[in-house]
Design a protein around this ligand. Structure first.
Ligand code: ARG
Length: 564
C-alpha cells in the first residue's frame, strides 16, 4: 500500500509544482467506502497557501496526471479521491502477504524502543475472578501488538502480594486450620480461611489486632510468618498459572508488590531529597496540583502504601528496562492513583514520567451486574472458561460429530470466544457478557472469525494446493475480490494503528470486516472449477486471507484451528 501512496504523493506534488516532501498531510483511507480507495485531504494545504480546500482539490484534479494504477481521481469537496485499478491493487499487495505468510502484519517502527506493559496484576490468595480477564487479555494483546511492530516488550505482572490481609490469613491458618494444612492446601482452601477468619473475628474482635501483629512480623522478616506467606504466594501462583496457560498468557517478569519491599526506603529518600515532600499529621505526603489530593508515601504509623510500591517499581523498571514508554493496564477506577504516581515522578525530576501512561478499561457486566452471580458471588474466570468450552463442545457434537481433536478445537473456540468478546469493542467501554453473543458463529464474535479461517483452509484443501504455478493476481478484478484485497492490504497499517492507539479492538473489528468480505467473496464467486488461471489467483487470495486472519487472531491471543 505504501508504494501506491508514494506514487500518488509524487503525482499530486507534481500537479502543484512542488517537491513530494513539501506536500503537507497524508494519503489516507477515506472515512467512507463510497469516497474511493484512498484520498488526500486539502485542509493542511489550504492553511498553508490560504485558498479554500475545495478550490485546491478541484484544481489538482484538473491538472493531475495520475499514475496508471489509478482508475479514477476526482475532487469531492475538500478531498481528492482515488479509485485504484483492482488488478494493480491485487498484484501490488498480495505477493507480499503471500511471502510473509502467517507473520504478516509485522513492522519495524518500534525497533530499538522498549515498552514495559504492566498487566493482569491480580491480588494473591484469592481466585482470578472473571473481571481479571480484562486487564489480562488487553495487556497481553498490547504486548503482542508491540512485539509485532518491532518493540522490545517487557510484560510485567505486578502481583498484589503484600498487605495486611495476609496477617488475617496467617491468624486463620494458625488458629482455625488443621495442622499441616498449608502443605496440601489449594487456593479454594485459602479462600475458605478468609471466610473462617471473618466469621471468627466477629465473635472475637481481638483477632484483628492479632492479624496486624502477624503482618508486622512478616514485614520484620519473622521466619514463620515468611514461610506461611511464601506458601500463600506459591499456592496462588500455581492456580493463576493454570488459568494463564489456558489463555496463552506468558509474562516476562512476575515482580509483585513484595519485590519492592527493600527498595521502598530509597524511593522515599529520593522523593525527600527532591524537596517535594511534606509532613502532614505525622504522615509523609507530596502535595500535588491539578485539584488532586496529596500523594501519601508513608502513613503516620510508618506503613508504606500501594503508591509507594508503584514509585519504587517505576524506578526499578526504568533502571532495568530503560523503557521508552511504560503502560499500566487497569480498570478506569484507578485513574487518580496513576495520575498521582506520574505527577510525583515528574516532580521528582524524571523526564520519563511523561512517557508513562494509564491504559484504562470499562467494567465487565454479567446480566447487568458487575461480574457477580445472581446470588452476589464473584464469577470465577476459570468457571467461565469451562462453561465456554462445554457449550462449544455441545455445538460441535451437534453440528460436526465426526470432528477429530474436538476437545482441542472446543478449547480454542470456546476460550477464544470469551477473549474476543472482551476485546471486540473499544476498551474504555463496559463489556456486557451474554452467552448468545459470545458464541455467535454468524457474525460479531470470535467463532465467526475463526470459522472464516476454517473455511479458507477448507477451500485450499479442496483446491488441492494448486499446480505450483505462480498466481497472476491481476486477474482479480471483481468487486468482491477487490473489496477483500483492499482489506488485506490494510492489515499492516491496521496493526500499526492498534499498537499506536493501544486498542486491540482495532484488530477485532478489522477481523470481523475481513471475515464478512471473505464470506461475500466465497458466496458470490467460485474458487474451484472455473478458468484455471482465475482459480489459481482466487486460491492465492484465499490463502492470503487465511494468513491475515490467523495473524490477526494471534495478535488477540486467539488460536486459529483449521477445522471446527
Ligand atoms: N493489584 C492491583 C489490583 O488488583 C492492580 C495493580 C496494577 N499495577 C500497578 N502497578 N499498580 O487492583
Amino acid at each position: 500500500m505504501e508504494i501506491f501512496r508514494q506514487e500518488m504523493r509524487i503525482a499530486i506534488a507534481r500537479a502543484l509544482g512542488r517537491a513530494p516532501a513539501d506536500l503537507p498531510g497524508e494519503i489516507e483511507f477515506p472515512p467512507r467506502r463510497e469516497m474511493g480507495d484512498l484520498s488526500y485531504s486539502c485542509f493542511a494545504l489550504s492553511k498553508e497557501i490560504k485558498r479554500p480546500p475545495q478550490e485546491i482539490a478541484s484544481s489538482i484534479a484538473k491538472s493531475l496526471s495520475a499514475p496508471a494504477f489509478v482508475e479514477s481521481a476526482s475532487a469531492q469537496g475538500p478531498y481528492l479521491n482515488f479509485t485504484l485499478r483492482a488488478a494493480d491493487l491485487a498484484s501490488g499487495t498480495l505477493p507480499e502477504i503471500e511471502r510473509q505468510g502467517d507473520s504478516c502484519g509485522r513492522g519495524s517502527e518500534g525497533a530499538g524502543k522498549t515498552v514495559v506493559i504492566d498487566y493482569s496484576s491480580p491480588n494473591i490468595s484469592k481466585h482470578l475472578a472473571f473481571h481479571h480477564i480484562r486487564s489480562t487479555m488487553i495487556g497481553q494483546s498490547l504486548c503482542r501488538l508491540h512485539r509485532a511492530r518491532g518493540y522490545r516488550v517487557a510484560g510485567v505482572n505486578h502481583l498484589g502480594d503484600w498487605g495486611t490481609t495476609f496477617g488475617k490469613l496467617m491468624v486463620a491458618v494458625k488458629r482455625l486450620a488443621p495442622p499441616g494444612f498449608l502443605e496440601g492446601a489449594s487456593l479454594s482452601g485459602l479462600n475458605d480461611m478468609y471466610v473462617a477468619f471473618h466469621k471468627a473475628s466477629e465473635a472475637e474482635p481481638s483477632l484483628e489486632d492479632e492479624a496486624r501483629r502477624w503482618f508486622k512480623l512478616l514485614e520484620d522478616g519473622d521466619a514463620e510468618a515468611r514461610a506461611m506467606w511464601t506458601r500463600f504466594r506459591e499456592i496462588s501462583l500455581a492456580d493463576f498459572n493454570r488459568v494463564y496457560g489456558r489463555l496463552g498468557v506468558v509474562f516476562d517478569a512476575i515482580t509483585g508488590e513484595s519485590f519492592f519491599n527493600d527498595r521502598l526506603d530509597s524511593a522515599i529518600k529520593a522523593a525527600v531529597d527532591a524537596g517535594i515532600t511534606e509532613v502532614s499529621r505525622g504522615a509523609l505526603v507530596v502535595p500535588l496540583g491539578g485539584g488532586m489530593p496529596p500523594a501519601m508515601l508513608r502513613k503516620q504509623d510508618g506503613a508504606t502504601l500501594y503508591l509507594t510500591r508503584d514509585i519504587a517499581a517505576a524506578l526499578y523498571r526504568r533502571l532495568s528496562y530503560g523503557f521508552d514508554r511504560a503502560l499500566y493496564v487497569t480498570d478506569a477506577g484507578q485513574a487518580l492513583h496513576f495520575r498521582q504516581l506520574f505527577e510525583v515522578l515528574g516532580k521528582m525530576g524524571f523526564e520519563w514520567a511523561s512517557r508513562m501512561e494509564h491504559v484504562p478499561f470499562g467494567v465487565l457486566l454479567m446480566g447487568g451486574q458487575k461480574g457477580k452471580t445472581r446470588e452476589g458471588n464473584v464469577v470465577l474466570l476459570e468457571n467461565v472458561l469451562d462453561e465456554a468450552v462445554r457449550r462449544t463442545l455441545d455445538l460441535i457434537i451437534e453440528k460436526n460429530p465426526g470432528l477429530e481433536d474436538r476437545e482441542e478445537v472446543a478449547n480454542a473456540v470456546g476460550i477464544g470466544a470469551v477473549v474476543f468478546n472482551d476485546l471486540k469493542n473499544k476498551r474504555v467501554k463496559d463489556v456486557n457478557f451474554r452467552w448468545e453473543e459470545v458464541l455467535n458463529f454468524e457474525g460479531d464474535a470470535g467463532p465467526y472469525v475463526q470459522y472464516a479461517h476454517v473455511r479458507a483452509h477448507g477451500i485450499l484443501r479442496k483446491s488441492g494446493g494448486g499446480d505450483g504455478k505462480a498466481s497472476d493476481y491481476s486477474l482479480l478484478r471483481e468487486k468482491d475480490e477487490k473489496d477483500l484485497v483492499l482489506l488485506l492490504a490494510r492489515f499492516d497499517e491496521t496493526v500499526a494503528k492498534a499498537a499506536r492507539e493501544l486498542e486491540p479492538s482495532v484488530i477485532a473489528q478489522f477481523l470481523l470486516e475481513t471475515s464478512a468480505a471473505f464470506h461475500r467473496f466465497h458466496h458470490n464467486l467460485r474458487v474451484i472449477g472455473g478458468d484455471a488461471d482465475v482459480s489459481r489467483a482466487r486460491a492465492g487470495l484465499v490463502s492470503c486471507t487465511g494468513h491475515v486472519l490467523k495473524a490477526g487472531l494471534g495478535l488477540l491471543g486467539m488460536r486459529a484451528p483449521e477445522k471446527m
